[in-house]
Design a protein around this ligand. Structure first.
Ligand SMILES: C[S@@+](CC[C@H](N)C(=O)[O-])C[C@H]1O[C@@H](n2cnc3c(N)ncnc32)[C@H](O)[C@@H]1O
Length: 226
């Protein structure tokens, strides 16, 4: 991920308010998010659906009360019993990675969230994606067992790591965690402008954005082209 200060410096140096910035490999959306905060317009694309979901949520944030309301509705619709058969079918890795109820809730939410078409669901999906694993030992805002690294490792390696260290998955309620995540996410005001986020291979971008003339192209690793 780009450090925010890096992006801020270069946007300030190379563009003006109202400029249009394109990041065709947006990842977690640092560039389009910062661009919008600085009064620039942004087009972002990524081939990876996780990157698309996170960037879309950051750059098209719905009102927090609509997100909270949707979480309440989802929680009311959740039935632990209905998701038990699906939980049992999961490979061994998942049974070490998450507590039973966390896993059932995740399966339910994965099916319910229409993240491709609905901004509120996209925000909830992005908040869950950001919580799936992290430094569980240090923070209660992560759902999984303590991973060997903050970057996910292969399932078999993770299982060996957990067994060797005697780690077990923490008790986590996804709905409760989401409420905390929403508060945290909206502590700072989201950008007023909205980004245009595409889920596409950048090699197909010319046909999607053929009529757009952008002012700056920002790539990762860092390179900027007029
Ligand atoms: C290093 S990450 C970008 C990180 C980003 N600068 C940030 O701050 O989060 C590179 C991204 O390029 C995406 N990518 C790789 N090949 C691509 C392609 N052909 N078209 C679109 N996206 C691609 C990957 O999915 C990945 O999210």
């Amino acid at each position: 991920m780009f450090p925010e200060a890096f992006v801020e410096t270069w946007i300030d140096r190379l563009t003006k308010p109202g400029s249009l910035i394109l990041d065709p490999f947006c990842g977690r959306g640092t560039t389009p998010f910062q661009a919008l905060l600085m009064g620039r317009n942004a087009i972002a694309s990524d081939i990876n659906p996780v990157a698309y979901c996170i960037t879309k949520a950051k750059t098209n944030a719905p009102a927090p009360k609509t997100v909270r309301f949707r979480v309440t509705v989802l929680e009311k619709g959740y039935s632990r019993r209905s998701w038990e058969p699906k939980r049992r079918q999961l490979p061994e890795f998942f049974h070490h990675a998450y507590r039973m109820d966390t896993l059932r809730q995740l399966l339910y939410l994965r099916e319910q969230l229409d993240w491709k078409n609905n901004d509120v669901d996209c925000m909830i999906a992005a908040l869950i994606l950001g919580s799936l694993h992290g430094e569980t030992e240090k923070s209660s805002s992560y759902l999984s067992n303590q991973m060997p690294r903050t970057i996910s490792t292969k399932p078999a390696y993770s299982i060996r790591f957990w067994e060797k260290h005697g780690y077990t998955a923490p008790e986590r309620d996804v709905f409760e965690l989401l409420r905390g995540r929403i508060t945290f996410r909206y502590e700072s005001e989201p950008p007023c402008l909205r980004g245009n986020v595409l889920r596409t291979d950048m090699r197909e971008l010319p046909s999607t954005t053929a009529r757009v003339c952008w002012d700056r192209l920002i790539e990762s690793p860092a390179r900027m082209t007029p």
